[in-house]
Design a protein around this ligand. Structure first.
Ligand SMILES: Cc1cc2nc3c(=O)[nH]c(=O)nc-3n(C[C@H](O)[C@H](O)[C@H](O)COP(=O)(O)OP(=O)(O)OC[C@H]3O[C@@H](n4cnc5c(N)ncnc54)[C@H](O)[C@@H]3O)c2cc1C
Length: 383
């Protein structure tokens, strides 16, 4: 994605650390609200998880505490096409979540019940109904749930669209500027980067797995695991899947793009780690990923895999996002650490912009308090 990025200004009203989907979405809402925004990115924007992910936007796979966010985020993804004037590859074909044993079918039914309690339109399909609706499912599928809201967008389209949109909205984007230190100042912060320093009144930390290190610079504990998620894509095929497919027990996501290619993911773990920077395919687990995929949709056996890759997914220990104000700093905020962070990024950006502008968010976010682990450490020290 080579392009002419901006040069580092000496100061800005709001500095956002990280040019992934979280940072760009925050920049989008803040710049449109007339704030002066500069994104400071260590390498190239959209170069990490945001550019490597599967693009699944599924309500059915979300845990209960984030369902309200996930609902709102879906609407925002849909609106992006109109508000940005560019395609992000959004589609809402609905999603099937399948179960391949009696025990998994029970778990699926309980999960669907909980989702309906939270207002999701999740429909139960017994074996016959599932196969009638989706004759391409394999015989191992015993039951499924259908959620009409599930969909996807294309990270390949969304990245350039978001970058272009935030810059048109007036935000600056500085690449190849790694933040090495954050200093508190009387009226804000000073970021020391590998491309010079920048002062800001308000700081937003959206640095994916790098968020932990930025937190340490400010004395805040923001623990994150960096999963090494694998993904692969097939050659183009005639229309085969007309839904997003996920699996309650099998770590699987499948979707077919309009160009016919089918994305196979779900979160099987590759090799490496954030510290070493290695993110490699683990061939044994990759074969298991393909086995679950082909058992679920047998026609996939006829297709060739043309590419497989892996990326770092930063997840907080409780899998909930860090979203809100940093403890002890009224002008520092964070958006990171959510499982399914691509799906949730637009609503995280919207809610942060509301917090910064109005002092309150339009959805409850106390469960996502970025201070929750700092408080645990402080409590342990005093007891
Ligand atoms: C293979 C894979 C598949 C996935 N599939 C899905 C999916 O289908 N649906 C879904 O919702 N989620 C999915 N995810 C998760 C999703 O991709 C992430 O949650 C999301 O992209 C996180 O975005 P982010 O902007 O927080 O982080 P990132 O995309 O990691 O961006 C953070 C940015 O911060 C920069 N940075 C870090 N440290 C510094 C520093 N010191 N100074 C300056 N910049 C810094 C990095 O260079 C990076 O560009 C998947 C992840 C992977 C890896």
């Amino acid at each position: 994605m080579a392009t002419d990025w901006d040069t580092m200004p000496t100061n800005t009203e709001i500095a956002i650390i990280g040019g992934g989907v979280a940072g760009l979405c925050a920049a989008w809402f803040l710049a449109r609200a007339e704030h002066q925004v500069t994104i400071v990115e260590r390498a190239e924007p959209w170069g990490e998880a945001s550019g490597a992910n599967a693009g699944t936007l599924s309500l059915q796979v979300k845990i209960r505490p984030v369902l309200a966010l996930a609902h709102r985020a879906l609407l925002l993804w849909e609106e992006f096409e109109a508000t940005m004037g560019t395609s992000v590859g959004f589609a809402r074909p609905g999603g099937l979540r399948v179960a391949t044993s009696d025990a998994l079918a029970d778990a699926l039914r309980r999960s669907a019940d909980r989702q309906r309690e939270e207002g999701c339109d999740t429909q139960w399909l017994d074996r016959d109904a599932a196969h009638e609706l989706a004759p391409w499912l394999g015989p191992s599928v015993q039951a499924a749930t259908l959620c009409h809201d599930d969909g996807f967008s294309s990270p390949l389209l969304a990245g350039p669209a978001l970058i272009d949109a935030v810059r048109r909205a007036g935000a600056k984007l500085v690449s190849n500027a790694a933040v090495d230190a954050v200093e508190r100042q009387a009226d804000g912060f000073r970021l020391v980067t590998t491309d010079g320093a920048i002062a800001c009144k308000i700081l937003v930390i959206a640095a994916g797995p790098g968020t932990t290190r930025i937190g340490q610079m400010l004395g805040v504990n923001l623990p994150l695991y960096a999963d090494v998620d694998m993904l692969s894509v097939t050659e183009p095929a005639p229309p085969l899947l007309d839904r997003v497919v996920t699996h309650i027990g099998g770590v699987l996501s499948l979707k077919q793009h309009p160009n016919g290619t089918i994305l196979i993911g779900g979160g099987w773990q590759g090799r490496g780690g954030y510290r070493s920077g290695r993110k490699d395919i683990d061939h044994d687990r990759f074969v298991q990923n393909l086995r679950v995929a082909t058992e679920t949709v047998p026609e996939l056996r006829r297709l060739r895999i043309v590419r497989a890759w892996a990326g770092f997914e930063a997840v907080a220990p409780d899998a909930l996002p860090y979203l809100g104000r940093l403890p002890g700093d009224k002008n520092a905020y964070v958006a990171a650490g959510a499982r399914g962070g691509y799906h949730l990024a637009p609503v995280q950006g919207l809610l942060l912009s509301e917090l910064i502008r109005d002092g309150a968010a339009s959805l409850p976010i106390s469960a996502f308090d970025p201070g929750r682990y700092t408080a645990i450490v402080q409590h342990a020290r005093t007891t």
